[in-house]
Design a protein around this ligand. Structure first.
Ligand code: SF4
Length: 76
């Protein structure tokens, strides 16, 4: 795997990335749904069931399968 994306990385912070979708601030991100996480995001490239995987928006890093950011787009 790749190095884990740090939630304190400026690019991660710009999109409100967290490693656990349950930690998302609903006040800050009212459109967030608890069912949304990286594993069901269109930009996620990790293997099914893997705890971490690459994201097209953060090249060279792995994101947490249970994570979330404000660019989340549900995979069709
Ligand atoms: Fe996770 Fe999708 Fe955001 Fe990438 S774009 S960090 S896969 S929610």
């Amino acid at each position: 795997g790749l190095p884990h994306l740090s939630p304190t990385d400026p690019a991660a912070q710009a999109l409100g990335y967290v490693e656990d979708t349950a930690q998302v601030s609903q006040a800050k991100y009212p459109n967030h749904k608890p069912s949304q996480d990286c594993s069901n995001c269109n930009f996620y490239q990790g293997a099914a069931g893997a705890p971490w995987g690459p994201c097209q928006l953060f090249p060279g890093k792995d994101v947490n399968a249970k994570g979330w950011c404000s660019a989340h787009a549900t995979r069709k």
